[in-house]
Each structure stands twice: as C-alpha cells, then as structure tokens.
Design a protein around this ligand. Structure first.
Ligand SMILES: Cc1cc2nc3c(=O)[nH]c(=O)nc-3n(C[C@H](O)[C@H](O)[C@H](O)COP(=O)(O)O)c2cc1C
Length: 202
C-alpha cells in the first residue's frame, strides 16, 4: 500500500454529533479553507451558507422535504415509505449542530454561445465546488469536527435556495453536516483502495 497523508485518511463521514453548538469562528475557518480550493479562471463560483439556527435548519429541511415527497410520489413509492424517508432526512438535517450549504453561481465563469462549451464551463464550476467541499471537510477534521456531505440539495437546488431566501443566482449543490463528533459513533469500515482497478499507467 502506498503512503497516504494521515490528514487525508483521518477525514471520515460522521453522521452523528454531540448536542453542542459549533463555535462560529470555527465554522468561518472551515469555510475559509473551502474558499482556498482551486477554481477555473481564478474565479470563486461558489457561495457558502452556514445554517446554524434551529429555525433556518427546519426551513431548509422542510423545503427540500416537500420537493422530495413530490418526487417520490411521482416515482410511485408507497406513501408510508415516503413519510419514513422524508422524516429521517428531516431529523438528520435538523439534528446536526450546523449545516454548510455550498451554492454555485455563474460568477467569474466564461460564457459560450454553444451548449456544449457552456455545459463544460458549468462542469468546471461544479468540480471546483467539490474541491472546495473536500477542503472544508479536511479543515473540519483538522479542527476536531465531524462532517458528512449530504447529496440532497443537488436534486432540488431551487427548493433549497427558496427555503433560505437566497438570491436567485445562488444554486445550492452540496450540503455538509458539521458538529462535534458523537464519541459513540463508529465510521463505517472503509474498503481498501483497489489501485490496480482504479488507476492506469500509460
Ligand atoms: C457527492 C456526495 C454525496 C454524498 N451524499 C451523502 C448522503 O446524502 N448521505 C450520507 O450519509 N452520505 C453521503 N455522502 C458520503 C459518502 O457516503 C461517503 O463519503 C462514503 O461512504 C465514503 O466514506 P468516508 O467519507 O467516511 O470516507 C456523500 C458523499 C459525496 C461525495
């Protein structure tokens, strides 16, 4: 096995937290780390919304929950199962001490007249948001905080945006739960990296 820096190994997705608020300076610190990520054309096509008040967490969870309920109904999932899923998601979001919502904007991006290049440009912005979120989670781990990326807003960016009253051009794409780790939570076993399968040499 090749060596991996300990700080990379140390970050795990932790989905359970101590019931304690997170110092806002720490939250600003992890968001600052996110904003040091590489981005196309020296742009920073992201905005981060820190959601740490109970009312805002409920608004976000309820807004996305309404959309998810409607999507699942369209998928013909049984209504009892829908209510189970939506309630579990609501509990996850409102139970985390803080949520950091990563939004994409078109700020600083190049414009193209054709769909293919415009899509590639947006793809670059999305990649850079992923880099920013990884920076955020590494910084959180370094500060002794637990974190977990939650996919939900990428499926309903407008619902998440409207729930928090964000500007039209801020499109939520990534949500990170942040808090002090629940000492009883054990991260899921991490499979080893099958390098022979995942990388090629030429
Ligand atoms: C884009 C993305 C979306 C994710 N969405 C969720 C999610 O909705 N719920 C969740 O519990 N974990 C989510 N995860 C966390 C992954 O499950 C986790 O990273 C993976 O299992 C590897 O575990 P580790 O982060 O502890 O190494 C997501 C991760 C990524 C990168």
């Amino acid at each position: 096995m090749t060596d991996v820096p300990a700080f990379v190994e140390a970050r795990r997705s932790i989905r359970s937290f101590r019931d304690a608020p997170v110092d806002r300076r720490l939250l600003d610190g992890v968001v600052t780390a996110a904003c040091l990520a590489p981005a196309p054309h020296h742009s920073r096509p992201w905005r981060f919304v820190i959601v740490d008040t109970p009312a805002a967490k409920v608004r976000l969870a309820a807004g996305m929950g309404t959309r998810w309920r409607s999507d699942l109904t369209g998928d013909e999932v049984p209504s009892s199962r829908i209510e189970e899923l939506v309630a579990a998601s609501h509990a996850t979001l409102t139970g985390a001490p803080a949520l950091v919502l990563g939004c994409l904007t078109g700020d600083g991006l190049d414009r193209y007249p054709d769909v293919a290049r415009q899509r590639a440009e947006w793809g670059m912005a999305l990649l850079s948001l992923g880099a920013a979120v990884e920076n955020l989670m590494l910084a959180a781990a370094d500060a002794g905080l637990a974190s977990c990326w939650v996919a939900a807003p990428i499926f309903c960016p407008d619902a998440a945006r409207d729930a928090l009253g964000l500007p039209d051009e801020w499109l939520p794409h990534a949500l990170v739960l942040v808090g002090e780790p629940d000492p009883t939570y054990a991260a899921r076993p991490r499979p080893s990296v099958p390098l022979e399968h995942l990388r090629a040499w030429r």
